[in-house]
Design a protein. Structure first.
Length: 332
């Protein structure tokens, strides 16, 4: 175990701990018949040990003043889980409420306001994280630009706070999944491959990714050895990912083009279409049952101050000396 000192020069005072050994002994009590006093081995040992108590007290106090500490260290652990990046869409459309197909077709302004898609997604993600405590999480919120809300960590309180922070403020109009994915892959760069890597994309749509950007992104996805899950929150009256384009175009809506791009990358990919709260809950629950593989990770322990323990030991030893002093026999 490594040990450091904040004020190393204070240890030069350690010889002062030997001073109690050079003090005058306790006064000798006269007894009229010493032959009648039995030999007590334990009393002799006690008499020899009592002078060592102030030695230990002074030594503990000096070491405590030197500021001992255990340096920060990294410990490698093995668990079962994955490295998961939550890529959360923060576009303006995620602030709209869920509308299922069973609802009547009414003008958008006349629809009743309910819990937004983003709020439901964050609540279910919070439950998802609570059920997978051995995973490592990072979180990125994106619209037209990505924001790394949280780097990789296993601390549940930090992950839950990051998910809650995803709802601060209003979303922007654009949804650029490409920049979000590039930022997610950047978090895996220069990071050792320690287990299963997952990018969990939660989005209700996308802008188109150009051919050159698609080629570069496809190479990065394959090189990073990631598993891609897309929880597609379907917007009311929008085309499904596998349906024929409503406009008759060759490419179809952006979400269909993005889905085909993910399929063509060759990386492990699975998509879940969520049209309401229950479907979104089932999709996230299904992801939670997957990818529980062995994972190696390094856990960093912060520096630990040891002065408090030594001050406590000093107080105990001083208290013992006071009790010994009070119990001395000064006369027969």
């Amino acid at each position: 175990m490594s040990l450091g000192f904040e004020h190393l020069w204070v240890l030069l005072l350690l010889p002062a701990g030997l001073l109690p050994l050079f003090t005058r002994p306790a006064p000798v009590l006269a007894h009229p018949a010493l032959g009648l006093v039995p030999r007590d081995r334990w009393s002799r040992l006690w008499a020899a040990a009592v002078p060592l108590v102030p030695v230990a007290a002074i030594t503990a106090a000096v070491v405590a003043l030197a500021g001992p500490y255990r340096p920060a260290e990294e410990v490698e652990r093995v668990g079962r889980g994955a490295q998961i990046i939550v890529l959360l869409d923060r576009s303006r459309s995620m602030d709209e409420p869920f509308y299922t197909r069973s609802q009547p077709a009414v003008p958008l302004m006349a629809m009743p306001r309910g819990e937004s898609k983003g709020a439901v997604a964050r609540r279910l993600l919070s439950e998802f994280v609570s059920g997978r405590r051995e995973d490592m999480y990072a979180m990125i919120a994106f619209s037209s630009r990505p924001i790394v809300v949280l780097p990789f960590t296993r601390k549940q309180d930090m992950v839950q706070a990051a998910i809650g922070a995803g709802g601060v403020g209003g979303g922007l109009a654009e949804t650029d999944v490409g920049v979000g994915l590039n930022e997610a892959l950047r978090l895996f760069d220069h990071r050792p491959f320690l287990g299963s890597r997952i990018i969990l994309l939660v989005s209700d749509g996308a802008t188109r990714i150009g051919p050159i950007a698609q080629e570069a992104l496809s190479r990065r996805l394959r090189r990073s050895h990631v598993v891609l899950y897309w929880v597609y929150i379907r917007t009311r009256n929008s085309a499904g990912l596998d349906e024929e384009p409503l406009d008759g175009g060759a490419q179809g809506p952006p979400q269909q083009a993005l889905h085909r791009f993910f399929v063509d990358t060759g990386v492990p990919y699975r998509v879940y279409t969520a049209e309401d709260r229950d479907a979104l809950k089932r999709a996230i629950a299904d992801v939670g049952r997957l990818q529980r593989l062995p994972i190696r990770y390094r856990e960093r322990h912060p520096r630990r101050d040891l002065s408090g323990r030594l001050y406590g030991l000093t107080a105990i030893l001083v208290g013992a000396l006071i009790l010994v002093r009070l119990s001395l026999i000064r006369e027969w």
